[in-house]
Design a protein around this ligand. Structure first.
Ligand code: MOS
Length: 745
């Protein structure tokens, strides 16, 4: 047996993993050769444009479809009156990760920006003009917008399947024994994903079979959803998603506009393309909802946290149950003798929110870290010393040991690089010229879920290989990191590996989300390679013509496209020679990736983030001048890509803290800033210095490869660190994100 195939804890990876390779698809992207869904131009393609609601609640009373149809080039106008039938109502939850959506089921309007009609035309211009000519007339009801827009009603507790509340320990006893009480209320604004590539789809039917080009983070799930709505066998559907221009959660779910394009294509027997405009992505394709979080910390006279209470009120839609699980972010970060986390929702006239990079954790961590900073100051303690005093040696929410936790090293390395030791305790003590300077910190933490993935590996006669899995690369470099793992599973050099992905006919790689994609799809790919090597080793060690004959239980090791005897490294044989003698053109292995059984360890990635801000005392203008994080996330497959992911997450944290905010006109419920001019995100000038250090961490429990995840970790901790730096600069405690200049003057 080849020892690489004996997958236990501490699997040995080969020399491809750990290398800071650049993205294998980078050249295709920067030279414009990477095809995106909207780049497809099938012969005879029609263009579809959605008409969207200009009110937030009410009824569409009239659409001038005659005027739209009379416009040259317009082929069809779909409204609830003539929309082709679907096999299931779009309000049906077809599976656990499906949202109720809008596919012209009726004339009601549930939020501003909801699709209310679809115009299909020979050109994009004609379809756009057709939409304008529809000139909708509404009966409008008063919109219920934001956290207080539905104020006369009791907030309704809703659940998305995660436990809505958790209580550990004896809250009353813990509070009774406490010496200090701190209350914190933090609000966070609604945010929109704003992936550079819009939600786009090109659909073309061939009889009963449909081919769909659309960016998707979970192709298998998308195929299942399309099949259910269309009432056809999933085998009749091909989805191609070779490249995604960002996703951040918004492309993990199938939404109504994509469904309408597929329906129109079938109905008209022509290929149909639909690409949402930037403004049309505000509403129907998910967002991060606003929250109001109420935290109470009870401390003993030394500063130990006795009781931690974290409640989140989040905006939900009027018709589905996604709730931002921000309080869950408090579960496992700090030690406490008792804890309670709860959620409730206020229903508003908004599109249903959904997962957005670090869903729950990003806003939850922001509020928690502000509360912790406030507690440290109340105790007269340095914020890092306070966090170390309350360091969770075990997960306080479950009592479980951590699978690994190098957070102390993260704090130490980031603090050292930042120069934290020189921080004055009191606020408003540092200046740079006329600007106030402040330093703050936060703890980053994100769970390490695994999903389900499958993969194939095929070794070819020349010793090269192809691996196949439907994995999605949103731009983060997943294909490169996954190819590194796959090459190591096969024991070959990565240059000899072809990586096939982004197609629904390939084995399902699960969802590229939850920071679990590298661990999950990587495990499947490694196992597929190892399965292939195992077969190859069986052939060679049983072949009297092989120098490996009789290696038997001593085993062989695969590297560089050769098998080596473990008991005699001078005896080896190349893959192609083993295959040739066995008369094989191909050798194929299969692998799966999933977590076996119920975890008995708490599994998290960690980090410490330190921020410096400069605040104009007269204008309240805030600049993040330095941002330093150190992160521990198990085995790092590609240090360059992992660092990029973490830098991206941290910069998202700058946007969360200072910029990102969707604003509605409360009278109409419409957006006032549904574009990248009005919806602010950080540009280069907003982040002069940012560094992410990787701290070494071995994890024998998280999975056989020891991989955690880095996709969402960077935004956690960072938002709080910036807010705490703003307090340290100004003495004013931010209570709402994004922090507005006027709140500081
Ligand atoms: Mo995500 S919000 O894990 O795509």
């Amino acid at each position: 047996m080849a020892d690489m195939t004996n997958i236990q804890q501490h699997v040995r990876l080969g020399s491809n993993s750990g290398q800071p390779m650049t993205r294998r698809d980078g050249v295709l992207k920067v030279t414009g050769q990477a095809p995106y869904a909207a780049d497809r131009r099938p012969e005879g393609v029609l263009h579809a444009v959605t008409a969207v609601a200009g009110i937030a609640r009410g009824t569409v009373e009239h659409l001038d479809t005659a005027a739209a149809l009379a416009h040259p080039g317009v082929v069809r106008v779909y409204t609830p009156a003539n929309r082709p039938a679907l096999a299931v109502h779009p309000d049906t939850k077809i599976h656990g990760f499906a949202w109720r959506t809008e596919a012209l089921q009726d004339d009601s309007v549930r939020y501003a920006g909801q699709p209310i009609a679809l115009v299909v035309a020979e050109t994009l211009e004609a379809a756009t003009e057709g939409v304008r000519l529809l000139n909708p007339r509404y009966r409008a009801d008063p919109p219920r917008i934001g956290l207080d827009g539905n104020a006369p009603y009791d907030p309704e507790t809703v659940s998305i399947g995660r436990p809505p509340s958790l209580e550990t320990g004896d809250m009353d006893a813990a509070r009774a024994g406490a010496a200090h009480r701190l209350d914190t209320v933090i609000e966070t604004a609604a945010q929109y994903h704003n992936a550079l590539e819009p939600h786009a789809i090109t659909a073309q039917w061939f009889g009963d079979r449909v081919e769909i080009d659309t960016p998707n983070q979970a192709i298998g799930l998308a195929r299942q959803s399309f099949a259910a709505y269309l009432g056809i066998d999933p085998a009749q559907i091909v989805i191609r998603s070779p490249f995604l221009g960002g996703g951040f959660g918004s492309k993990a779910i199938l939404y109504g506009a994509q469904l309408l394009a597929v329906l129109a294509s079938k109905d008209l027997d022509r290929p149909v393309k639909l690409a949402l405009r930037r403004d049309q992505m505000y509403g129907p394709v998910g967002h991060r909802p606003a929250t109001r979080q109420t935290l109470r910390l009870d401390l003993d006279d030394q500063g130990h946290i006795m009781a931690l209470d974290h409640h989140t009120l989040a905006v939900a839609s009027s018709f589905d149950n996604f709730i931002e699980s921000a309080s869950n972010a408090a579960h496992s970060v700090y030690a406490t003798t008792a804890m309670r986390t709860t959620h409730s929702a206020v229903r508003a006239d908004t599109g249903t929110p959904g997962p957005m990079r670090a869903p729950g954790e990003a806003p939850g961590s922001a509020a928690l870290e502000v509360a912790i900073d406030q507690a440290a100051h109340a105790m007269g303690m340095d914020p890092l010393a306070f966090r170390l005093l309350n360091y969770a040696e075990t997960d306080p929410s479950t009592g479980m040991a951590f699978s690994s936790k190098a957070l102390r090293e993260c704090y130490a390395q980031a603090a050292e690089l930042f120069g934290w030791v020189d921080r004055p305790m009191e606020p408003r003590r540092m200046r740079q010229g006329r600007l106030l300077k402040g330093w703050g910190m936060g703890t980053a933490q994100f769970p390490c879920p695994m999903f389900q993935a499958a993969a194939h590996a095929t070794l070819r006669a020349d010793g090269s290989a192809v691996v196949e899995t439907s994995a999605a690369d949103m731009g983060q470099g997943a294909w490169t990191a996954l190819a590194q793992i796959a090459a190591d599973g096969l024991g070959i050099d990565i240059d000899r590996l072809e990586f096939r992905s982004g197609h629904s006919d390939l084995p399902d790689a699960g969802v590229a989300g939850g920071s679990g994609h590298t661990a999950t799809a990587g495990t499947a790919l490694f196992n597929a390679g190892a399965d292939t090597v195992r077969q190859l080793a069986d052939i060679a060690t049983n072949d009297p013509g092989s120098p490996l004959f009789g290696a038997g239980n001593a085993g062989v090791t695969a590297r560089g496209g050769r098998l080596y005897r473990n008991d005699d490294d001078s005896r080896s044989e190349a893959y192609e020679d083993i295959l040739a003698r066995a008369g094989l053109d191909l050798l194929r292995g299969e692998g799966k990736g999933a977590r076996e059984g119920e975890p008995d360890r708490a599994m998290f990635s960690h980090g410490g983030v330190f921020a410096e801000v400069l605040v104009d005392p007269d204008l309240g203008q805030i600049r993040v001048s330095r941002l330093v994080g150190a992160f521990a996330a198990g085995r790092i497959i590609n240090p360059q890509l992992a660092r990029s992911q973490l830098l991206g997450g941290m910069i998202w944290g700058v946007g969360f803290a200072l910029h990102e905010e969707a604003i509605h006109d409360p009278r109409t419920g419409r957006f006032t800033n549904n574009d990248l001019a009005g919806y602010h995100i950080p540009v280069n000038a907003d982040v002069p210095f940012v560094e992410a250090l990787m701290v070494h961490e071995d994890d024998a429990f998280v999975n056989a490869l020891g991989i955690k995840g880095v996709g969402e970790l960077g935004v956690t901790g960072t938002v709080g660190a910036i807010a705490n730096a703003v307090w340290h600069a100004t003495g004013i405690r931010p209570r709402r994100f994004p922090i507005h200049p006027e709140s500081l003057i």
